[in-house]
Design a binder for this molecule. Sequence first.
Ligand SMILES: *[C@@H]1O[C@H](CO)[C@@H](O)[C@H](O)[C@H]1NC(C)=O
Length: 324
Amino acid sequence: MNSLINTLFAVVKFSLYLLILFGIIGVLIIFVVIPKWVRTEEVLVPNITGKTYYEAVRILDNEGLRPAKEIREASSDAPKGEIVAQDPVANFRIKSYQPVTITVSIGAELAPVPSVIGKSKDAAFETLTTAGFRRNRVAEVHSEAYLQDTVIAQTPPEGGGQRRGSSINLLVSLGPTPQSMQLPNFQGQTATDALVALEAAGLNVETEYSSHPKIPEGAIIAHKPADGVIVKTGDLILLEISGQESPENIGRLLPFEHSVSEEGTLSHHVKIVIIDDSGQRVVIDQRYAPGELIDLERKGVRVFGKTRVIVYENGEKLPETVYK
Ligand SMILES: *[C@@H]1O[C@H](CO)[C@@H](O)[C@H](O)[C@H]1NC(C)=O
């Protein structure tokens, strides 16, 4: 019995010694070996900002470091492929197993897209080029609201950041859809009435004169195309007028110009009303790009006698002009 107790006691004592020994080894590992191992693995992060990606990888490798798997891409002024940022920063101490995250430039700067809606096609191209964009596809459609050759829509739209040099698609107006109409018979009517009616219908007019035994001076002898023919907006009608050329018959071209307000980037609605001896009529009623010039003489607007020209911009009446 006694010897059994002695044996047990010896076993317990041996176990205790063993425990103390392991304890000492453990303490040595924790406080001496690990810190020593950890210290030797610490590295000063080199400055790789401003280097190319491949240079950076080589420099990191020389220090026993490696780049993080994930590379962040940034748009900036820096050339494509240049390191614009690193984490940790230069001269930071890290362990060699810690990766260095690097941010590489994609070499493109983001820029806001300007609005070119309502601008003329040429002005829109210029605005886009100045802002650092290219024009891409230009589609054309007929539009009642937008003057011919002005921009109706754009993609991407105004605002937001797009990569400089990327392209913008434009939708451009072909002007109003041509209207078809059947030409009435103007024979015997005064040239004044015929001219005003044809102009109001959006038709272009040319005149010639000859004497006629029956048709009074200043009245229509004939016209080409003849009555009953289907014509469309913009077509040319030749009027043969009885007698001599005289401003009383065919009126005069009006040397009137109007510069559309330069305010804003959107188009302005312009309406021009003429009041003369042949009555009151609207000669312009559509949208114009800011700053655009409307030239009634070039449009071939004819007037008779004393003439008043009244311009409305976005519904607001501007000072009127009077011609004797
Ligand atoms: C790293 O190098 C770049 C380019 O040579 C320099 O502009 C930058 O100041 C440097 N950064 C540090 C922390 O030294």
